[in-house]
Design a protein around this ligand. Structure first.
Ligand code: ADP
Ligand code: MG
Length: 719
């Protein structure tokens, strides 16, 4: 189940500045400021603006959060406990009381519909006494509850029909809007009605007519009308799932406009040409094959082919290589690097941490040992003298491949001829970094690699201008990882399991979460745990602690000792630092697993199962856990497919939170929902690219992209 907030509910509302007093009526009737509507003075306009509503367009592109069929109101006499219903009635009485003990203010109203009456109760909302007054018509929504006082609604949503007979709309499907700030649902409905009535029959439409025809889309005017006031014969279920032709047309419109902006950006960048375009011939193929220590999987082959084809184009590549942990992305990148180097181009290979950079370096240096290519490692801890030498060697062109951290692009490095940049474990290599490269006169091919699988929809929004390759399979003979979810109270069984593995010569990770606010506390518990494990549980083995506050060289020493088997148990508080490859480690224990996000857990699990032995991942949780935590751990136990996990993560957390603390590139959407409307986003992406690639952008669309796109989707620049 998606969290309620992500489906149906309108997306984030950003207050917009109230317009200056309108002086001129714009050509596009949808850009009319709401102040032109009857009953909207400067004061109300300011309230509306605070709720994100400035123009008629803002108003009409905020969908109702629910539609109710007025002809299907439940008679009060037929209500039973547990029913979720809408009832229509008159407010018979209303009273505000204060409880004697807790000073709680309770507002009670009784609503009757002729056949029966029911009580509604709201806690601590005394202002309702001024709103809900007797003799008004009201619609109440909510769940019918039963207690010793009888049937009632507790804190139901309500909709006053007031004295406006037009608002009764008996027997039709009515929109219900979310209250935003001081803008009541009722007020919104009236304004929407008025705004729709004021629209001419023909309004401008940014969707090109070819597209409207080929996709059989409802006209814009009609779509707006029906998204708010649907025809009587509408399918109510489809309506509330936002799947009617009218709603889908407007959502598609929004997605398409979003994608057009990205397609244009991609097209513009692609207009730049590389100074050297790599070629591939049999000699180069043989050279690449020469370093290959194993056969590529079919998935690796496809990905490699896509990458190498891209590299042979005159425009710089900007491609994302997705593959689950352990899918074997490194070798694919390295083969691409060989193609670049065989063409006389240099390669920069970047990793998020020094440990990972070091590991890549060792790996790559070993694989290229018999080749003529020179590989260097450049990190913050490279001694000054050596650094100097490497800089010089890069500038001369005698270093062919340099491995380093992500800081490599920022450094004052001069390359002889940089042709390929490989960036590991960072899915955002944004506009800024590319600008930094371009500023140095460099237009290399860029290959991003990520083991945080990105659900297709997000890849299409966040990384819309990237091309994506995917390694869907894993190298052969991988042992599946057993995932076990256990309460913390059954720790003894876990220790027994670890002991059995250590006795068999294997190694284990034990991970502690690190929560910002209580960093010290967590560190203390991790330190104590490491001591306790060493002294009391596993005295015969060596236990060490790794945490984020350790000095770089201390960290490296511990990691190195673990990788070389001198340590059997690594207790770690840091997640990033363990992006390492220790095939002999077969147990991953995650303490407080309920505190980790799904993608993080998946990353951690990927640290084991890298060798020939069967591995296990034990997720220890501390009760009580939330329903969401339970869902998360269950998803981990159910599947090992990173893409499935990523999709679940997206559904559980919503697009905004998906990437955790990283700045989200999620667009501001008004009608669409990235989870609910994923297929429409796919279609919009396809159509937008096709249109732009075929040079069929209409003048109106071009104008939209350059003038309104960034503001509408919440981006400060288009790049
Ligand atoms: P990731 O995609 O997580 O970066 P790596 O590139 O580190 O994965 O590969 C994981 C392990 O699998 C490495 O030890 C690598 O040598 C090995 N590997 C990769 N591809 C293959 C293959 N086709 N056959 C056998 N082993 C492979
Ligand atoms: Mg990797």
């Amino acid at each position: 189940m998606a969290r309620a907030g992500h489906t149906g509910a309108p997306p984030t509302i950003t207050p917009r500045r109230a317009p200056a007093r309108p002086t001129r009526i714009p050509d596009d009737p949808l850009l009319l400021p709401l102040q032109f509507l009857k009953g909207v003075g400067p004061r109300k306009a300011a309230d509306l603006a605070k709720a994100g509503l400035v123009t008629v367009e803002d108003l009409l592109y905020r969908f109702p959060f629910r539609y109710e069929d007025r002809s299907r109101m439940q008679p009060i006499a037929g209500l039973r406990p547990g029913m979720r219903v809408a009832v229509l009635g008159e407010i018979k009485s209303a009273a505000l009381t204060t409880t004697w003990r807790k000073h709680m203010r309770i507002f009670n109203a009784v609503v009757g519909d002729g056949g029966g009456a029911i009580r509604c109760t709201w806690f601590n909302q005394p202002f309702l006494a001024d709103v809900i007054v007797p003799h008004q018509q009201v619609v109440i929504f909510g769940e019918v509850k039963l207690d010793s006082t009888g049937l009632h609604f507790q804190g139901p949503e309500f909709e006053l029909l007031g004295d406006d007979p037009e608002m009764a709309y008996a027997g039709r499907v009515l929109p219900f809007y979310e209250r935003t700030g001081t803008v009541t649902p009722n007020m919104q409905r009236k304004l929407v009605r008025q705004a729709l009535d004021g629209l001419p029959a023909d309004i401008p439409d940014l969707l090109p007519s070819v597209l409207r025809e080929s996709r059989g889309l409802v006209g814009r005017r009609q779509a707006l009308e029906e998204a708010h006031f649907p025809p009587a014969d509408v399918d109510l279920a489809a309506l509330n799932a936002y799947r009617t032709p009218a709603q889908q047309r407007l959502i598609f419109e929004e997605f398409f406009l979003f994608q057009v902006g990205h397609a244009v950006r991609r097209h513009t960048t692609a207009a730049e040409l590389k100074p050297v375009v790599p070629r591939v011939d049999d000699r180069i193929r043989a050279s690449a094959a020469g370093i290959l220590p194993f056969r590529l999987t079919p998935g690796q082959k496809v990905a490699l082919r896509e990458i190498v084809e891209d590299m042979q184009r005159p425009q710089p590549m900007h491609r994302l290589l997705q593959g689950d942990v352990g899918a074997g992305k490194t070798i694919v990148a390295l083969l691409a690097a060989v193609v670049a180097m065989e063409n006389g181009l240099q390669v920069a290979f970047m990793a998020p941490t020094e440990i990972l950079a070091g590991q890549h370096y060792q790996n790559i240096a070993r694989l290229l040992a018999s080749s003529r290519f020179r590989v260097d490692l450049l990190t913050g801890s490279t001694p000054a003298l050596e650094k100097h030498a490497i800089h010089a060697s890069l500038e001369r062109g005698s270093t062919h491949l340099v491995v380093g951290t992500h800081a490599l692009v920022q450094e004052k490095l001069a390359f002889h001829q940089l042709g390929l940049v490989v960036i590991d474990e960072q899915h955002r290599f944004g506009v800024a970094q590319r600008a930094a490269l371009r500023a140095k006169g460099l237009r290399p091919d860029v290959l991003l690699m990520t083991a945080t699988p990105i659900p297709r929809t997000l890849a299409l929004t966040d990384y819309s201008e990237l091309d994506v390759s995917k390694i869907p399979d894993l190298p052969p003979n991988r042992q599946p990882i057993r995932t076990i979810v256990k309460p913390e109270s059954r720790r003894d069984e876990v220790y027994a399991h670890i002991r059995a593995q250590l006795d068999a010569g294997r190694q284990a990770y034990i991970i502690y979460p690190l929560v910002e606010e209580s960093e010290k506390l967590d560190l203390k518990s991790a330190t104590e745990m490491a001591d306790h494990l060493q002294a009391e549980i596993f005295p015969a083995y060596k236990v060490a602690l790794l945490h984020g506050r350790m000095k770089q060289d201390a960290k490296e020493r511990v990691m190195h000792a673990f990788a070389s088997g001198q340590l059997q148990i690594l207790v770690s508080t840091t997640v990033v630092e363990v992006g390492v490859d220790v095939p002999n480690a077969t147990v991953m224990v995650v303490e407080h697993a309920e505190r980790f996000g799904l993608s993080q857990l998946h990353q951690l699990r990927g640290r084991v199962g890298r060798g020939q032995w069967e591995s296990s991942c034990i997720l220890l949780y501390q009760a009580p856990w939330s329903d969401e935590a339970r869902e998360r751990l269950k998803a981990m136990a159910d599947t090992s497919d990173g893409f499935v996990i990523a999709q679940r993560d997206l559904e559980l957390r919503g697009p905004g939170d998906f990437f955790g603390t990283r700045q989200s590139g999620a667009p501001m959407l008004r009608t669409g929902d990235l989870v609910r409307d994923a297929e429409l986003m796919e279609a919009a992406h396809r159509e937008a690219r096709r249109l732009v690639d075929h040079g069929q952008l209409t003048p109106a669309l071009t104008h939209f992209v350059t003038s309104r796109w960034p503001a509408q989707f919440g981006f400060s620049e288009i790049g």
